[in-house]
Design a protein around this ligand. Sequence first.
Ligand SMILES: [Zn+2]
Length: 496
Amino acid sequence: MRILVSSIFHEGNSFSRLQTGLANFATVHGEALLEKVSQGSSALAGGCRALAAAGADILPGVSAVAPPGGPVEDTVFESLRSEILSGLEAQRPDGVFLDLHGAMVTESLDDPEGALIAAARRALGPQAVIAVSLDLHAHVTPAMLECADIVVACKENPHTDYDLAGERAAGLLVETLQRRVAPVTASVWLPFIFGAQMETGRGPLAALHAKRREMMAADPRLLDISIYNCTTLVDVPDGRQCITAIADSDAEVARAAAVELATLFWQQRDAFVSDFMPLRDALSAVAKGRIARPVILGDQGDRVLAGTPGDGTAILAELAAHWPELEAVVPVTDPAIVVAARQAGIGAEIEEPLGGALSSGVEPFRRRWQVAGLGDGRFVQDGPYLRNEPAMLGDTAILRSGKLTVLAMSLPGFTQDPAAFRSQGIDLADKDVVVVKSGYHFKISFETIGPCLVVDTPGISNYRPGLLPFAKRRPIHPEDAISEPRLTARIFGQLA
Ligand SMILES: [Zn+2]
């Protein structure tokens, strides 16, 4: 079995003005890809481990991973897609395993992953097996399911199981090639979106996942059930909730499972209500010693992990105005101030507006800063989410004023991981407040450092019905009044 493996991993945000370019991607090719997956926790790493265990010959393509952000530039996606396709055409593998996010958008495509999978199918013909692992925040499309044999999501949010999703997808690829299984997929789309209670271990999704596990345990013909919670911040026609069930040779088994779970999900559609903490309440609790320090605050409105630029200043402004006694560190994406700090040098003072240059409606924060450090923004993540995966913040500058420390970054980055701060020389232990641009994943990476709270801040990643200019993603609940849908499954696969 000769299997080509590749990854393009990016979660889109249609409402960010900051496009995603080549500089945002950590990219490796060929032998360097094999080196990377030997350590990593991505789906690509898990998939490669499963393929190696099955004795497959792994043909490395490309791995390109960027933090979530605005639409990917067309030229960047085209160059990654053609690299994968030329690999397929030159090597003619028996199968391909793709680790994709599933909610990428480009300047001109709403479903670039569907287009990539379709092109891979055209290149390889009907006999080859195509397996794909996705993030559970994917917008799953008919194009993906028509052209791939196996599409599997991770199951946990915060994501701790990308590698398991990769193992599962690659394992099914092997079993399909060996004709031990014949996967058939049933898929039900649900016309609603939500922006809170998105964790799978608590709230409405916990019960749904318990039911999923129960159904899988009860019927060995079920090969996978994936519950997709399409990211709230893409404006695409298929951007809705989706349940897929894969069964071995039996479309009815898949259909029954997908429809049963989809019906339960639809009944829960109004349970996903915001429970984020008011910012002032959180800072007051810290100041009054009611909560252990450092407290880690997830900036719900400006989550780079939902594709915002990370240049929000709401928490900085609140700290400066009302809580000057708190020792705090706040990351802010602002390439201009990083350049100014580097020109001034360590120890110098600068007075430049900070933040607000990349997002609409964000007030820049003004203050005289001392440049306390400079860095290259490179680090390796060490939390459970993307452990051992390389990441970058672009060039950085550490700015100090009173008890405020700012980690100024040139690129929006993965600050849900403590290594983002430590690698740039920031000690977290002496802080009262550590701000991160994440709403979920930081909880698993920072839980040993301090209590983790998500605070209710303004910004495009704090979803409230009626505020985002959705055009393609309509009609959808709760943006629109819609009639009760008939929850029927579409069937995909060689047996469909
Ligand atoms: Zn996700």
